[in-house]
Design a protein around this ligand. Structure first.
Ligand code: UN1
Length: 506
C-alpha cells in the first residue's frame, strides 16, 4: 500500500529517543557521569506533599477558568516556545528527575532515562505540531464573494488525570498537549507520585506557563472525581484503568452544563503471537523486554503469549532462561533490570494472582523476590487464553500453545478480550503478518520486535475498545481533540462586505 508521509520536518521535531531499547551501548560512559549526578540529587529529594481539600480543588478549577482567556489569547508560537523551553529545562535537570523517578516511582536507570527522554519528546513534539495546527488558521476553499476560515482554539479548563507508571512522561504529555491547545489546566497526578508531578509543574511555570493557566491538585481518586464533577470543567484527559475511565464517562454524562469530551487511554490484555518461523533468540529477548521490563507495569506490556506448538518447548525454555538472568532489586543500582512494583497493595494483588495461577496453570518460572515490594518474573502456561480475564499489571507472563492451522482461534481469543492496545507478532511469513494486522483492531502492532516503548511522534500510541478512546498520544491527531473548532464565514463581495477583514486570507 502507498503511505502518506505525515512526519514533521526534522528541524521542527526529532525524537531524543531514536529507539525504544533504553541505554545504548555507546552511552555507557556518559552514564557513569550521570550516575554520580543522580546520587547527589538523591540526597536532595524533597519532602512529602499534602492532599488537597475539596475547597482547594474547587478553587483550582475556578482559577483555571479565569486563567483560560489570557492563555488562549497568547499566540500559539509563544505557547510552543514555552514548551520548547520546558524541554530544555528537563534536559538540564535530568539527573534530578531520574533520582525522583527512582526514589518515588521505583524506576530502574534504563526506565528513568527513557522516561525523561519521552517527556522531553512530548514537549517538543506538541510544540512543533502546535505551531502548525494552532499557529495559522486554515483557509477553506469556497465560492467567490465569501471567505471561510477554520481555526482551532482552546476549550477552557481541562482536567488531566495521570497514572503512577509514567509519572513524568504521561503527566507532562497530557498537560503540555492541553496547554498547547490553549486550555488552562488542572493536573491531578496519581497519589503515589506527587513529588515528581510537583517538580514537573514547577518546571513548566519556570519555562513560562503563567500560574493562572496551570494548576496542580494533589490527592486520591476522590479528588479526581470531585474535579470531573465540577461544572466549570470543559475537558478531561485520563490515563489509567478502564474501570475509572468508565466512571468518569458516567459522571460527565450525568452532569448539567456543557457536554464534556473525555480522552481516555486505558489498559490491555496485550498478546504476542510467535510462529515456527520466528528467530528464537530474538523472541526470547523481545518477550523478556515486553513482559518484564518496568516490572511489567506498562499498559503496553505483554501479558498473553501465543506460541506455535512445534517450537513451544524450546521457546518457553529460552524465555525462562533469559528471565532467570534478570537482576531484581534496588532501582538506584544501575545494574538492576527489574525494580519494585509501585506499592504494597500492588504487590498483594500480584501475589494473589500468582497464587491463583499456581493452582490453575503449569509453572515455567517462579523466581524468588527480595523482601519489600518486589515481584519476581513469573511464567505460567494456560490451557486456554480465557483463563486470563483481567489486566495483571506486573511481571507475570501467561503462555498458550496453538496449532498452526488454528491461528484463527488465537485471533478470536485476542479479540474476545475486548481490549485493543498493543500486539506483537514474530513471523517470517508476510501473509501471516498481513492477515493478523488486517484482522485485529489493535492500536499498536509490533512485528518481529518488542512491543513497548513507543517513540513520540514516530509511533503514535493508544488503542480502542476497552483500551481507550484515542486519538493517539504522540501522534498527529492528538492535539485537535483538546480544542474546539471555529469556522468564520465572511461576505467579502456585497456592499457592506468586510473585504478588509479578510486581507491575507484569500
Ligand atoms: C502506559 O503504560 O500507561 O509504549 C502507556 C509504551 C508506553 C506505554 C505508556 N508509551 O511502552
Amino acid at each position: 500500500a502507498a503511505h502518506r508521509d505525515i512526519r514533521l520536518p526534522a528541524d521542527l521535531y526529532r525524537p531524543q529517543r531514536e529507539n525504544s531499547r533504553g541505554i545504548e551501548f555507546g552511552e555507557r560512559n556518559a552514564l557513569d557521569k550521570l550516575t554520580s549526578a543522580i546520587a547527589t540529587e538523591r540526597k536532595a529529594t524533597p519532602t512529602a506533599v499534602a492532599s488537597f481539600t475539596a475547597e482547594q480543588t474547587d478553587a483550582a478549577v475556578a482559577a483555571a477558568r479565569r486563567g483560560f482567556r489570557a492563555w488562549n489569547a497568547t499566540p500559539a508560537q509563544k505557547r510552543a516556545d514555552i514548551l520548547v523551553k520546558a524541554a530544555d529545562l528537563l534536559e538540564q535537570r535530568r539527573a534530578h528527575f531520574i533520582a525522583l523517578l527512582q526514589s518515588e516511582g521505583g524506576k530502574t536507570l534504563d526506565d528513568a532515562l527513557s522516561e525523561v527522554r519521552e517527556a522531553t519528546d512530548f514537549c517538543r513534539y506538541y510544540a512543533a505540531l502546535g505551531r502548525k495546527l494552532f499557529g495559522e488558521d486554515e483557509a477553506m476553499p469556497g465560492p467567490t464573494g465569501e471567505s471561510n476560515v477554520l481555526a482551532l482554539r482552546g476549550r477552557g479548563a481541562f482536567v488531566a488525570i495521570s497514572p503512577w507508571n509514567f509519572p513524568l512522561a504521561i503527566f507532562l504529555g497530557q498537560v503540555t498537549a492541553a496547554l498547547m491547545a490553549g486550555n488552562a489546566v488542572v493536573a491531578k497526578p496519581a497519589e503515589q507520585t506527587p513529588l515528581i508531578a510537583a517538580e514537573a509543574i514547577k518546571l513548566l511555570h519556570e519555562a513560562g506557563v503563567p500560574a493562572s493557566a496551570l494548576h496542580l491538585v494533589q490527592g486520591d481518586g476522590a479528588i479526581g472525581a470531585a474535579l470531573v464533577t465540577h461544572p466549570q470543567v470543559t475537558g478531561v484527559v485520563f490515563t489509567g484503568s478502564t474501570e475509572v475511565a468508565r466512571s468518569i464517562n458516567r459522571t460527565l454524562a450525568a452532569k448539567d452544563g456543557p457536554i464534556v469530551p473525555l480522552i481516555a487511554e486505558t489498559g490491555g490484555i496485550n498478546a504476542m503471537i510467535v510462529d515456527a518461523t520466528a528467530l528464537p533468540e530474538q523472541v526470547a529477548d523481545d518477550v523478556v523486554t515486553s513482559a518484564f521490563r518496568s516490572a511489567g507495569q506498562r499498559c503496553s506490556a505483554l501479558r498473553l503469549l501465543f506460541v506455535q506448538d512445534d517450537v513451544a518447548d524450546r521457546t518457553i525454555e529460552m524465555i525462562a532462561g533469559a528471565a532467570r538472568e534478570l537482576k531484581i532489586g534496588d532501582p538506584s543500582d544501575p545494574s538492576t533490570h527489574v525494580g519494585p512494583v509501585i506499592d504494597a497493595e500492588a504487590k498483594q494483588r500480584l501475589d494473589a494472582h500468582i497464587a491463583k495461577m499456581k493452582k490453575q496453570a503449569r509453572v515455567h518460572l517462579a523466581g524468588e523476590a527480595p523482601a519489600g515490594n518486589f515481584v519476581a518474573p513469573h511464567i505460567f502456561e494456560l490451557s486456554d487464553a480465557g483463563q486470563l480475564t483481567e489486566e495483571v499489571f506486573g511481571p507475570i507472563l501467561h503462555v498458550v500453545r496453538y496449532r498452526a492451522e488454528r491461528l484463527g482461534e488465537v485471533l478470536a481469543a485476542i479479540e474476545a478480550t475486548g481490549f485493543g492496545l498493543t500486539l506483537g507478532i514474530h513471523s517470517r511469513i508476510d501473509d501471516t503478518v498481513e492477515h493478523v494486522i488486517d484482522r485485529l483492531q489493535v492500536g499498536n502492532i509490533y512485528v518481529n520486535r518488542n512491543m513497548i516503548g513507543a517513540v513520540v511522534g514516530v509511533q503514535p500510541f493508544g488503542g480502542s475498545g476497552l483500551s481507550g478512546t484515542g486519538p493517539k498520544a504522540g501522534g498527529p491527531h492528538y492535539l485537535a481533540r483538546f480544542a474546539t473548532e471555529q469556522t468564520v464565514t465572511i461576505n467579502t463581495a456585497a456592499a457592506g462586505g468586510n473585504a478588509a477583514l479578510m486581507a491575507g486570507v484569500e
